[in-house]
Design a protein around this ligand. Structure first.
Ligand code: ADP
Ligand code: CIR
Length: 350
């Protein structure tokens, strides 16, 4: 028996500021409640997290790539609202001219930027997202991904470390160093994101830990490039090179309307989040000002231990907010130009 009626009761009777509550009207619910995607995804899979967590900001996940069309009466308005667009459309992928990106190092003296990271999410075509995936499907995706990653050469060459065999100490060290993911997000857990944990999960990285791939965290795949300091261009170019090599070996779920498809609708499109860990002790004294500069520059501040965490010692994770309706190169430029402004504002602050 589906838990949909129970979830709907919680959502419709509860108070919530989430986009789910706003857009899952009775009419939308009635229209979608009996629909099913080819892979078996249901409305319950899309709304479970937000119905069980009325404090969600978004509250919606897609059951599988096709879910974005099957449940579009709910997902389209959520996407438009979150990404601030009046139509769900996305330009073709464009990483920009790799030989003249115009991303000179942002902070030559190293006073502000601790580290830079750019990540994208990818999903394997033909496979469902976590609430609908079986352990076998997750294992299958893990194996496919490892085989592709093992073909990487040069700087990107690395090794896979399974979460099933890693010691708790190794795992904690990787988390403390900001390389590894964890399973402590209740909203993601209730969405089915940790089903079967730790089976078929793990991390691949090169010797320098500057290129990493997360397998079966929130998304089937997360590709990450990161390093100390503020050389945004170097970090981005490494990521683009990895994506280009890997897309020859793997087929990713993609739609013309949405771009690359991810479990959470906030990541759709470019799926790109480019962040710096940046030390801004003066701006940190007045978070309202910092938040305003971020909003004006379409940036999102987070704490340094990931989404929904606090700043420590005036260090923030600041990244581009928009991922849909612009190209990868434009998303990078928004982050680059915005961080430039933040550094200037910190220099000008008392
Ligand atoms: P994402 O959605 O990009 O995966 P999270 O907010 O969940 O991001 O963070 C994942 C991990 O990446 C966390 O450990 C976080 O501290 C780390 N991280 C994010 N940006 C940076 C950065 N610029 N430098 C170092 N670590 C970072
Ligand atoms: C929520 O709805 O708040 C969570 N499921 C996370 C949504 C994604 N992140 C975000 O809004 N920045």
């Amino acid at each position: 028996m589906s838990d949909l009626p129970e979830l709907w009761k919680k959502l419709s009777e509860g108070e919530s500021k989430s986009l789910l509550k706003k857009h899952c009207t009775k009419e939308v619910y009635e229209k979608l409640k009996d629909k099913k995607s080819k892979l078996g995804g249901t409305l319950a899979d899309c709304i479970r997290s937000g119905a069980l967590n009325l404090n969600s900001g978004v509250g919606v996940y897609a059951c599988d790539p096709e879910g974005y069309e099957v449940f579009k009466e709910l997902l389209d308005p959520v996407i438009m609202d979150y990404h601030k667009v009046d139509k769900v459309e996305h330009p073709p992928c464009d990483f920009g001219p790799q030989d003249k990106l115009g991303f000179d190092p942002l902070d030559a003296t190293g006073e502000f930027i601790v580290s830079t990271r750019v990540r994208v999410g990818r999903s394997h075509e033909g496979y469902p997202f976590p609430p609908v995936s079986t352990d076998e499907q997750r294992k299958d995706m893990e194996n496919k991904t490892i085989a592709a990653l093992n073909t990487l050469e040069g700087e990107l060459k690395g090794k896979y470390y399974s979460l099933e065999t890693m010691t708790p100490e190794e795992n904690q060290q990787l988390i403390d160093d900001h390389f590894m993911f964890k399973n402590d997000d209740k909203m993601l857990g209730d969405a089915g994101g940790y089903n079967g944990w730790p089976k078929a999960r793990g991390i691949f990285f090169n010797d320098n830990k500057t290129f990493l791939c997360w397998i079966n965290e929130e998304d089937h795949l997360r590709f990450i490039s990161m390093q100390k300091g503020g050389d945004v261009g170097e970090v981005y170019k490494r990521l683009v090179s990895a994506i280009k090599q890997l897309e020859k070996k793997l087929t990713f779920a993609y739609s013309k309307r949405h771009g690359y498809l991810t479990f959470c609708p906030t990541n759709l499109g470019t799926t790109l989040r480019a962040s710096v860990h940046i030390k801004v002790p003066k701006l940190a004294k007045n978070e309202e000002v910092l938040n305003k500069i971020c909003a004006d520059n379409k940036l999102q501040p987070r704490g340094i231990h990931g989404e929904h965490t606090e700043s420590v010692g005036g260090v923030y994770d600041i990244s581009n907010k928009r991922r849909l309706g612009l190209t990868e190169y434009q998303a990078m430029q928004e982050m680059y130009n915005g961080i430039k402004e933040i550094i200037q504002a910190e220099k000008n602050a008392n």
